[in-house]
Design a protein around this ligand. Structure first.
Ligand code: SF4
Length: 250
């Protein structure tokens, strides 16, 4: 397992451990009458939380096993998704406590996600794959309105949009430019792709992956050559590899 994946997986385990500590502390306070809680409520609470901790522990173990053995376990897909959804915000808090930069955690999460999507060995036709680009890839001086219709791009070479448009056309891939999460969700619900390749920064990509439901998303980070959110760039080779994740089974 690469170090960067370890950051997120380690924080998942650590977050769950901290949750257990809080539960034990809560129980201690109640048992020693520092806190007063209805007895039935206490028992229900303990049973519920113990069940949740067990379930999430199992989910984290399943995730580690999948990565270690380079094998997807379809029966545990939903559980792994649930672990990510519930514990992901906690990993950010835990990371902050331990002084780990937010970007490193998000990058690690994206890498884990991409790896898991690759393990599914999906075979998706190109016309069922959607590439979602952020608006900031467009040259900030460009006057063509490409968010509503990518065909308005004149492929002038001033930014990567023209090249990506040609790549998508040549490979019959759906290409959309989203100005934010709402627009991205709209494109996904209108086009119903079976796989999404999303290009964005760490923050938007992690949010998009969390938001995507059961649609597999491969995240590709854009690079900031002139600062964040303006005239950003993306490596076309990474986009091509992301497409292969979907139609050659990773
Ligand atoms: S390639 Fe040229 S026309 Fe197309 S979006 Fe970029 S700057 Fe505008």
């Amino acid at each position: 397992m690469k170090t960067s994946k370890r950051i997120y997986i380690g924080l998942l385990g650590l977050s769950l451990f901290l949750v257990m500590l809080v539960i034990v502390l809560g129980y201690y306070l109640v048992a020693h009458r520092y806190l007063f809680v209805n007895k039935i409520l206490l028992i229900v609470g303990i049973v519920f939380m113990a069940g949740a901790v067990l379930l999430f522990s199992f989910g984290i173990i399943a995730l580690v096993l999948m990565i270690k053995q380079s094998r997807n376990i379809p029966a545990l897909d939903h559980l792994v998704k649930l672990v990510n959804e519930v514990l992901f915000p906690l990993t950010l808090v835990t990371g902050k406590i331990f002084g780990i930069k937010r970007e490193r955690i998000l990058k690690s999460f994206i890498e884990v996600n991409n790896h898991i999507v690759g393990l599914k060995r999906l075979v998706i036709n190109n016309d069922q794959i959607m590439i979602l680009l952020p608006h900031c890839l467009q040259n900030s001086q460009c006057c063509h309105k490409i968010t509503m219709d990518i065909n308005n791009c004149r492929s002038c070479g001033q930014c990567k949009i023209g090249e990506i448009k040609k790549f998508a056309e040549d490979n019959h891939i759906i290409l959309k430019i989203a100005t934010g999460g709402t627009m991205a969700r709209k494109y996904i619900s209108e086009n119903r792709p079976r796989g999404v390749i999303a290009v964005a920064c760490e923050r938007d990509l992690s949010a998009g992956i969390q938001d995507s439901g059961m649609v597999p998303v491969v995240g590709v980070l854009n690079c900031f050559t002139k600062g964040p959110c303006v005239d950003t760039d993306v490596d076309l080779n990474l986009l091509e590899s992301a497409v292969l994740t979907f139609n050659k089974g990773g």
